[in-house]
Write a protein that binds this ligand. Structure first.
Ligand SMILES: NC(=O)c1ccc[n+]([C@@H]2O[C@H](COP(=O)([O-])OP(=O)(O)OC[C@H]3O[C@@H](n4cnc5c(N)ncnc54)[C@H](OP(=O)(O)O)[C@@H]3O)[C@@H](O)[C@H]2O)c1
Length: 334
């Protein structure tokens, strides 16, 4: 089959190319073969392309990049349930292999495409919504009426988290983003206050002012080092902070654990790709229960930033690396 490969095994965006000589994936028990329509881009794809992905890749993911896709069921392995039939339109999460014409995945990681979602939108939904489900509900344990701060609000994960916090009953949603346009987008998704971090405004001061000094109950952080001290200032007593990424760096200077102790802050971190199939299946089921009805009703949406043909995958990666995207970058398998 054809798939995207990296010339010489690692390199910059220009090293990506459509390789027409890649072995077909092999169908096994309780696995489904999907002919891929589109795949979503994620930042871990850049690390994998550069051969600096920080965790060992699982054997089933192989070398092909890509963890989310949409497409059509083309084959079923032995012992599959009746959940999916040949010809079904589906989307799903994978450990790897989505930058390709075909993929084989566990049936636990697939979902039926609702009629109001296009293949392009669906290809960009699993990774960010599954991650946000962990951050907001499974790990973050947001309760109705609580306040939440979500960093990088216009990122894929940030947009999903804002919308989940809204349907989860958050009483006030604070967010940060890097332009007025991105702040406006966050507000259109449900954020009450969006702080443009490129202005002089300090999000910790805004939160102190707007919560009368109380702080927020839950922080979802994707930024790491640059925000750590302000996050400690913004956390309420008995609050929780879930670290999902450290886009500004992971080493924090002058961190005094007394700041955690004084406010009894629960500091947690989570990842999705390193979770086993059982856990990811549970996240899929939570998605079907808590997110899918809102996607069908239109209350929750997937923002597609830009669609490329997979022949332009290098350009798509360059856009992701430039940080200008607000939402998902999608490649269509042509
Ligand atoms: N733990 C997990 O399981 C998991 C799962 C999925 C993703 N992630 C990670 O989560 C992060 C976000 O992923 P995504 O797909 O949502 O990203 P995305 O849609 O590509 O958006 C990333 C945005 O983050 C902002 N940003 C980048 N560097 C920043 C910095 N130093 N300080 C503040 N903001 C910064 C930029 O927007 P502005 O213009 O607003 O700055 C950028 O557009 C990535 O690091 C990704 O690897 C982790």
């Amino acid at each position: 089959m054809r798939a995207i490969s990296v010339r010489n095994g690692k390199g910059d965006a220009d090293a990506l190319f459509v390789d027409s000589n890649v072995p077909d994936p092999i169908l096994g028990p309780r696995k489904i073969l999907v002919k891929i329509h589109s795949f979503g881009l994620n930042r871990m794809d850049i690390m994998q392309r550069e051969d600096r992905y920080p965790y060992p890749l699982l054997p089933e993911s192989g070398n092909i990049i890509g963890v989310e896709f949409s497409g059509i069921v083309e084959g079923k392995g032995d012992d599959c349930s009746d959940g999916f039939s040949l010809g079904d339109q589906v989307f799903g999460l994978a450990y790897g292999g989505a930058y390709a014409e075909r993929i084989v995945v566990s049936e636990k990681m697939l979902m039926h495409l609702p009629s109001n979602l296009s293949f392009l939108e669906a290809a960009g939904a699993p990774e960010t919504f599954f991650t946000a489900i962990q951050a907001i509900f499974l790990v973050g344990d947001l309760q109705p009426g609580q306040t939440v701060l979500i960093h990088a609000g216009a990122s894929g994960v940030g947009q999903s988290a804002i919308q989940l916090a809204k349907v989860g009953g958050a009483s006030k949603i604070f967010t940060t983003a890097g332009s007025q346009e991105k702040c406006d987008l966050c507000k259109s998704l449900g954020a009450d206050t969006a702080v443009n971090y490129r202005t002089r405004e300090d999000f910790a001061e805004v939160i102190e002012r707007e919560t009368n000094g109380r702080g927020v109950d839950l922080i979802v952080d994707l930024v790491g080092r640059n925000y750590f001290h302000q996050n400690m200032r913004s956390a309420a007593m008995d609050s929780r902070m879930v670290i999902v990424a450290a886009m500004s760096g992971s080493k924090v200077d002058d961190f005094d654990i007394r700041s955690l102790i004084n406010k009894r802050i629960w500091l947690m971190a989570t990842t999705l790709r390193t979770r086993d199939a059982e856990y990811q299946g549970r996240v899929r089921d939570t998605f079907l229960e808590k997110v899918m009805p809102h996607l069908v009703s239109g209350e929750i949406r997937v923002t597609v930033d830009k669609v490329y043909s997979w022949n332009e995958v290098s350009e798509a990666h360059k856009r992701l690396e430039s940080n200008v995207n607000a939402g998902k970058i999608i490649c269509r398998v042509d």
